[in-house]
Design a protein around this ligand. Structure first.
Ligand SMILES: [Cu+2]
Length: 443
């Protein structure tokens, strides 16, 4: 008998044994959102409150999220619709919104070591913050699905999620790596937070976008030693990330290595923990992210000082073949071709507006008023937002990277251009409709 068949039969027997028990614990549970329709080549993002969750009190010990076809329930490929990010937060029972799990396009999973769980109370409500991108020309519908392992064993040790954000709270939790550095140079953003109690870090996961080298969590009081290094694995050139249109931001990794330790890394109340988000700075990386979520379990008896790390700390990557260094990738401008399909363009149509040292431009709903602009080095461009919907100004490619927030009518964004060259810009929320080229002349 082949090994695969044998393990299949064993799994079947286990299924029969467990299947008859109504309240088996732990058990896998699956939930879905309402059907979400995304227009052709469009981006949809929202906060949905009051989404489905397991009833009663219990613990989550593992969790993952994905997008599925509303009719077949099957996974939706990236070539159709991609889940850019999703964050789950608990609210309505206790202070504020408490994010407890997040997933980006790398399909990060929460997996706690045996003996630990994220505690869910019967009165908690759940909200999801999500963004979807449709990579095809016609409108399409999906559901977001979350699968979790639910355990009502009251002896599990509860964990508290602690989030680190290299943008330090900028809208969308993004920041811009300007680029222009020497080959091999890095851009490092940090976020320092204090441990909320005496406890142990038992799990962790990270999220970055294209161009990242790594995320590290370090302990400044112990010679800034690294506690957890979340390393990206990048897809091969054939991966869908590099072959779909349009591109919202430089494609992220296919996996970030996660931390797991049943003993846990000891931290003391008030002790500083530091996230460092390290990106390549030889090139620009706009709308970059550096997010880390670690799970802490209380332990009043943690040792003080800088004892050696527990031997069971594991840094778990992926088996999927990939690349260890961030590939060089230039985000293209995308337009709609004659057959209604997205295609790469070198510049948007329209005449050139030749300015000198100042240009004032407007942004309406799904258009930039002057798509082709030239100014002198040292000149300043101000974009005035006049639309009812949110838009932004993001450098896809050019000498230096920057981006505005998502903005609406009555606000503006100003940028001074000190480095000459060709700046390809787009709106990350309307990537096929809204493109612009600003050429900065040396004199
Ligand atoms: Cu827009």
């Amino acid at each position: 008998m082949g090994r695969a068949l044998k393990s299949c039969l064993l799994a079947g027997a286990a299924f029969l044994l467990l299947g008859g028990v109504a309240q088996a614990s732990p058990r896998q549970m699956t939930f879905t959102s309402q059907e979400i329709t995304v227009g052709g080549y469009a981006v949809e993002k929202a906060i949905t409150a009051g989404v489905a969750r397991p009833p009663g009190d219990g613990f989550i010990t593992a969790m993952a999220a994905d997008v599925v076809d509303p009719k077949t329930g099957r996974d939706v490929p990236i070539s159709r619709i991609m889940l850019h990010h999703i964050v789950f937060a608990a609210y309505g029972n206790g202070p504020g919104n408490r994010p407890f799990y997040g997933d980006g396009e790398e399909r990060a999973v929460m997996k706690l070591p045996p003996g630990y769980g994220y505690r869910v109370e019967a009165a908690d409500k759940w909200a999801i913050v999500w963004m979807l991108m449709n990579h095809r020309s016609q409108a399409d519908s999906v559901k977001i699905r979350w699968t979790l392992t639910w355990d009502d064993d009251p002896t599990l040790k509860p964990v508290t999620p602690m989030a680190f954000d290299a943008s330090r709270g900028r809208q969308g939790l993004v920041y811009d790596v300007p680029g222009g550095g020497r080959p091999g140079s890095s851009d490092v953003r940090t976020h320092v937070r204090q441990a909320p109690f005496n406890g142990r870090i038992v799990a962790g996961l990270g999220h970055v976008h294209g161009g990242a080298y790594e995320l590290t969590l370090s302990q400044p009081a112990c010679d800034d030693r690294t506690l957890y290094r979340s390393r990206p694995t990048w897809g091969l050139a054939s991966h869908p990330f590099y072959n779909v249109k349009p591109v919202l931001h430089e494609p992220g990794p296919i996996n970030m290595s996660r931390l797991e330790s049943a003993t846990g890394i000891p931290v003391r109340l008030g002790e500083e923990l530091k996230l460092s988000s390290v990106y390549d700075n030889s090139r620009l990386h706009t709308r970059a992210m550096g997010l880390m979520l670690v799970y802490l379990a209380r332990d009043e008896d943690v040792p003080s000082g800088c004892a050696s790390l527990p031997p069971d700390v594991r840094n778990i990557g992926t088996e999927t073949p990939g690349r260890s260094k961030p590939p060089v990738y230039r985000v293209p401008l995308t337009g709609i071709g004659p057959r209604g399909l997205a295609r790469t363009i070198s510049r948007p149509p329209g005449p050139l507006l030749r300015g000198s040292l100042a240009a004032s431009l407007s942004i309406g709903d799904a258009f930039y008023t002057r798509p082709n602009v030239s100014i002198r080095r040292g000149g300043t461009v101000t974009w005035k937002f006049t639309g009812e919907l949110q838009h932004d100004v993001t450098v896809a490619d050019g000498p230096r990277g920057f981006s505005s927030d998502w903005q609406k009518k009555g606000t503006s964004f100003t940028r001074r251009f000190d480095v000459p060259g060709r700046y390809k810009l787009f709106c990350s929320l309307h990537p096929v409709q809204m493109t612009q080229v600003v050429t900065v002349r040396p004199r």
